[in-house]
Write a protein that binds this ligand. Structure first.
Ligand SMILES: Nc1ncnc2c1ncn2[C@@H]1O[C@H](COP(=O)(O)OP(=O)(O)O)[C@@H](O)[C@H]1O
Ligand SMILES: [Mg+2]
Length: 250
């Protein structure tokens, strides 16, 4: 059994303020996770961490050694806060930094040694990954989003449950939450689908859905739910169907 939970940067940080963690949200979500943290891998977004640094040094378009380090350092700060909060809440978190174990090719994960992550899960540790910068064999360097990490890991480890917490109730169409979405329905709702309302280089809801639709077509369903609402993260981890279910087209 493997469960993969992603909590978006939109929940854990204030995307309108540089490097601003929402400590209360981090603590609340950590306590929701800690009671159901077995067989779990947590991925979190970078949110407002790393953006200023990436922009200052022209990432991801430019290859800039100092920019890479400064951006990585910033997202690691957020990761440290989350790992600490999870530990205080009673889980056994271990940080996993994608920069150190992933290679990209044209912006997509090409190589990712995940065996240590499976071992952690077997031994009841909670791996905590995050959106990060990474080396790219064609472009020099790039950015790997939390959403891409989720789709890759879910496929590689054959996840049984995939849940994506964000700051909206699911995929919205005509202001209503869609209970399910498939690849065939994407074109119908495309008009109301856009990136993020915040500064987000990784594609907002559209980027998220594109990752998850591909995953569903490969046989792994997922849900997108509102992690700002108290109790929803725990419900998602217990397998309740909340928010929008992304599933394979018939
Ligand atoms: N059709 C849509 N349904 C829901 N959210 C959408 C839609 N189109 C664009 N969005 C935007 O996508 C955002 C979620 O993506 P993002 O900001 O990247 O969140 P996260 O930090 O969780 O990855 C929402 O806050 C909303 O502004
Ligand atoms: Mg995002």
């Amino acid at each position: 059994m493997v469960k993969i939970l992603k909590i978006g940067g939109s929940v854990l940080t204030d995307k309108s303020r540089p490097s601003y963690a929402r400590i209360d949200e981090i603590k609340r979500i950590s306590s929701e996770i800690s009671s159901v943290s077995s067989d779990l891998i947590l991925v979190h977004g970078a949110g407002s961490f790393g953006h200023v640094q990436a922009k200052e040094y022209g990432l991801p378009q430019k290859f800039n050694p100092k920019g890479l380090w400064k951006t990585h350092e910033s997202v690691v700060k957020l990761n440290n806060m989350i790992v600490e909060a999870l530990s205080i809440a009673g889980a056994n978190p271990m940080p996993v930094h994608p920069f150190s174990c992933i290679t990209l090719k044209d912006g997509r994960i090409d190589d990712f040694c995940c065996s240590s992550i499976s071992e952690m899960v077997k031994r009841n540790l909670l791996p905590v990954l995050h959106g990060d910068v990474a080396m790219d064999i064609t472009r020099g360097s790039g950015i790997v989003s939390g959403d891409q990490l989720v789709s890759y890991l879910s496929r590689a480890l054959k996840a049984d449950l995939v849940a994506i917490g964000t700051d909206v109730d699911g995929v919205l169409f005509n202001r209503k939450v869609l209970p399910t979405i498939t690849r065939d329905e994407i074109s119908r709702i495309e008009v109301s689908l856009s990136g993020s309302s915040h500064a987000d280089v990784t594609g907002g809801m559209k980027g998220k859905l594109l990752e998850l639709i591909e995953l569903a077509e490969g046989g792994i369903d997922s849900i997108i739910f509102n992690a700002l609402i108290d109790g929803q993260t725990q419900k998602a981890l217990k397998g309740y169907s909340i928010g929008t279910k992304v599933r394979r087209s018939n």
